[in-house]
Ligand binder design. Structure first.
Ligand code: HEC
Length: 193
């Protein structure tokens, strides 16, 4: 077969491959990376949070959540070529509002939790089509642990000093009233394909 004929045959196949998005292997690799990135974020933030609470008390640890969380998310975004952030339907940071995909993903994860799945391993992902092209989307549940209650629990769990700081820094705070085992929010990961 002559070269032009080969190209004529190969081109539609290549175009079809583009239109159908990433291969199964590519999707598996992205999901594995998203698990690594979200796992690293959770581990690093959790470690720094506990250390800060021990060293500076819960009030002093507020800055870890405020400053370190976005920094660690930015580090993971750079390292894995993702857009990594934390969102919650009951957000504290005004920028932490979930979009439609994120809200639906968290609701789905909460259903699976209620059906008996382990909170630590709850995640989901999808390739979605947007007007700007295809995107890889990933969500990992952030389950509430006892340590979270100091700043996200009910009125009896949160020390007065923390309440005062939260009221000043986050006047529109919705992120209280949680109990262990609930889903506080998600690590949301996105990549344009
Ligand atoms: C020392 C107080 C403190 C503790 C303990 C704490 N948080 Fe937070 N959390 C905050 C603050 C402050 C913010 C807002 C950070 C910001 O400005 O981006 C926040 C924000 C969040 C967000 C981002 C979405 C939003 O509401 O803005 C999630 C998700 C979250 N926390 C989950 C947790 C989980 C899960 C734990 C336990 C493992 C935890 N937090 C423990 C203070 C705390």
């Amino acid at each position: 077969m002559k070269a032009p004929a080969l190209i004529a045959l190969a081109l539609p196949v290549m175009l079809a491959a583009c239109a159908s998005g990433p291969s199964a292997e590519e999707q598996a690799a992205m999901t594995a990376d998203a698990r690594k990135a979200s796992g690293a974020l959770i581990q690093k933030l959790g470690g720094e949070l506990k250390a800060a609470i021990n060293e500076k008390g819960p009030e002093g640890a507020i800055s870890v959540c405020k400053e370190r969380a976005p920094q660690i998310a930015a580090d993971m975004s750079k390292q894995f070529n993702f857009d990594v952030k934390r969102v919650s339907p009951k957000n504290r940071n005004p920028a932490g509002v979930p979009d439609a995909w994120e809200a639906e993903a968290q609701a789905g994860l909460e259903k699976r939790l209620a059906a008996g799945e382990k909170p630590e391993t709850l995640d989901t992902w999808q390739i979605v089509s947007t007007p700007g092209g295809k995107q890889f989307r990933y969500a990992k549940a952030l389950p509430v642990q006892p340590v979270c209650l100091t700043c996200h629990g009910g009125p009896a769990d949160i020390p007065e000093g923390v309440k005062a700081r939260l009221a000043t820094e986050y006047p529109l705070d919705k992120a209280t009233g949680y109990a262990p085992g609930m889903v506080r929010g998600i690590v949301s990961i996105k990549r344009s394909l």
